[in-house]
Ligand binder design. Structure first.
Ligand SMILES: Cc1cc2nc3c(=O)[nH]c(=O)nc-3n(C[C@H](O)[C@H](O)[C@H](O)COP(=O)(O)OP(=O)(O)OC[C@H]3O[C@@H](n4cnc5c(N)ncnc54)[C@H](O)[C@@H]3O)c2cc1C
Length: 560
């Protein structure tokens, strides 16, 4: 059996199940190993409309609908300095809501069954212990059966969809996300009895003030269960202390908007806490292996990208793998493509989440407080939401959206996709927008260094360097002699060896590239390091009025 396998998928969460189902549908022999016996509970209950679309493609809509999850009609924000709530509505599709808030025990089991129905062999209670490599290539999995027996399974491709990194995930290692997303989460589940009022109406409630942000996700129409959590940002973590449950109760009670939603509801079960720092794998796929979902990256619990990324990665991994299995010579390009798309999706959500938290207000040292970026009005929820997570004021957003739509319309006229600014299109716009700003920055950097290369560096008029006498910093009785640079205004600077060398190299004027070469040679700086060090030095000297760049006008490198 094992020699015939084409793919082993580790993990039967949303990412693993979607991937296994799609591969099995293409006729591939797939084995899925899941260490738990389903149903098993899992945090992460609020689906984005994109995630719901992807899941529906598995043909499980009826089954999921019969679970009577709460329909997700949108999200209400009470965010930043202006606490008055405003709502973004997710447009319904006919009788269907745009998405649902699910109970993961039921939801994940339905997806796992769909993978089996599509033809994947699903083994529950099987734990993968180690991935086997031959050189760089993953070739199999050491695992333990439900009876405790160790087994070795081999397959040309291993998909790791085993959730948050653990023992299995030594290679290739992870990189941390930005400091703004070094957050913790504390959460619990609340239920209402049939008598108490409640006004959930399927809408998420997100409250953000400073270093504490809250989510309220109504989960189930029947039991009137809700998931209520707190994202504690770096500035607030010292308040968490040793007793997250006490912190949780106290902080929820102090949030008026939330406390009124929870009136008549009781906390059921324990309060849980988790480290929710963002991370991404250094590589998303390689010879013989793919990473999917939380095994590839994690962004944030509040903006709910988790299941969306997991099911989109799972689908894309299956498409990429199918391509490789039918066209082996496409492997290198296909792996690179998968890596790029997963990384770009991760980076887009990182930007969105940072903007969202930034707009909630200050969170510890070093984070900015962007009043200007809060949506100006709640009149148009979709635009207000886009403005919030894009980090753009409304007027700027309108201009960029216009540009994007014009571009997409031009593409549509040439045979590309047509534009409809629904939820998916909104995310496509944001991805494009962030990519554009990265491109603009890269282009500015390139122009800047090209201008530098073409310029001539010279001392400003009156700048000199010579032996001078100084009061020594240690307060000794006699003055000491040192090299000192003086600008045309008479300001004196004690000269370091680098500064003395620069003055000698520049002299009456020297082309930038030649000056850099001679500076690096004299100071024995490797060429790779020399580029930035040299520019840093020149920028400092220019700031102190000791040199100027010519002929592109004063400070050519500042011209962009
Ligand atoms: C506090 C919190 C709140 C969140 N809220 C949301 C939300 O509202 N909406 C949202 O979209 N996302 C949310 N997320 C994120 C979301 O839960 C995850 O992104 C999502 O579950 C990832 O799916 P996955 O398939 O990659 O992994 P998982 O769902 O974690 O599934 C991995 C599976 O692999 C199995 N497994 C693990 N190790 C092994 C092994 N060695 N061998 C075999 N099987 C193994 C596990 O048992 C599990 O079933 C939240 C996360 C946190 C921490």
């Amino acid at each position: 059996m094992s020699t015939e396998l084409e793919v082993i998928v580790i993990g039967g969460g949303p990412g693993g199940s979607v991937c296994a189902a799609a591969l099995a549908r293409c006729g591939h022999r797939v084995l899925l190993l899941e260490k738990a016996s389903f149903p098993r509970e899992h945090v992460g209950e609020s689906l984005s409309p994109s995630a719901w679309d992807t899941v529906q493609a598995l043909g499980v809509s009826d089954e999921l609908r019969s679970a009577r999850f709460a329909a997700k009609s949108g999200a209400t924000f009470a965010w930043g300095d202006d606490p008055s709530p405003w709502t973004v509505a997710y447009p319904a599709r006919g009788d269907e809501p745009a998405a649902y808030q699910v109970r993961r025990g039921v939801f994940d089991e339905v997806l796992l069954r769909a993978a089996a129905a599509a033809g994947a062999e699903v083994r529950q209670g099987w734990r993968a212990d180690e991935i086997i490599y031959q050189g760089e290539r993953a070739t199999g999995v050491l695992c333990t059966s439900p009876g405790g027996h160790a087994e070795q399974l081999t397959a040309p491709w291993i998909v790791r969809a085993s959730g948050a990194p653990g023992r299995l995930d030594g290679r290739p290692g992870y990189l941390p996300g930005p400091p703004e997303l070094e957050n913790m989460a504390v959460w619990g589940y609340w239920a209402r009895d049939g008598e108490s009022p409640g006004s959930d109406s399927g809408s998420s409630l997100l409250v953000g003030h400073g270093d504490t942000c809250f989510w309220y996700f109504p989960l189930d129409d029947r039991t009137r269960l809700a998931s209520v959590g707190i994202v504690v940002r770096p500035g607030g973590q010292r308040r968490l202390g040793d007793d997250p449950a006490a912190f949780y109760r106290g902080t929820i009670a102090s949030c008026d908007v939330l406390a009124s939603r929870l009136s008549g509801a009781q906390l059921t079960g324990p309060v849980k806490a988790a480290d929710t720092r963002a991370y991404a794998s250094k590589q998303m796929a390689g010879p013989g292996w793919f990473l999917v979902g939380d095994a590839a990256c994690f962004v944030d619990p509040l903006l709910t990208p988790g299941i969306q990324l997991a099911v989109e990665d799972g689908t894309l991994a299956a498409q990429t793998l199918h391509t490789i299995l039918v066209q082996p010579d496409a492997q290198a390009q296909a792996l690179e493509f998968y890596d790029q798309i997963c990384r770009r999706n991760y980076e887009t959500f990182v930007r969105l989440s940072c903007n969202l938290y930034e707009a909630a207000g200050a969170a510890g040292q070093g984070l900015r407080r962007p009043e200007a970026r809060r949506p100006a009005s709640a009149a148009d929820g979709q635009l207000a939401f886009l403005s919030l997570i894009a980090g753009l004021p409304r007027a700027e957003l309108a201009i960029r959206l216009g540009k994007y739509i014009a571009l997409r319309n031009r593409a549509a006229a040439l045979g590309g996709a047509a534009v409809a600014l629904g939820e998916k299109e909104g995310f496509a716009f944001l991805g494009w927008q962030f990519h554009q700003s990265a491109l603009t920055l890269a282009r500015a950097e390139r122009i800047k260094s090209e201008l530098d290369e073409m310029s001539v560096v010279r001392l400003t008029e009156g700048a000199t360097i010579r032996d001078e006498v100084f009061v020594p910093p240690d307060g000794a009785a006699t003055l000491r002699r040192r090299m000192a640079a003086t600008n045309g205004l008479g300001d004196r600077f004690e000269a370091t060896p680098e500064l003395v060398t620069l003055f000698a190299v520049i002299g009456a004027g020297c082309p930038y590239a030649e000056a850099r070469r001679r500076f690096c040679e004299t100071m024995a700086i490797p060429a790779g390091h020399g580029r930035t060090q040299f520019r840093d030095w020149l920028e400092m000297l220019a700031d102190h009025g000791l040199i100027e760049w010519q002929p592109e006008g004063r400070g050519a490198s500042c011209a962009v």
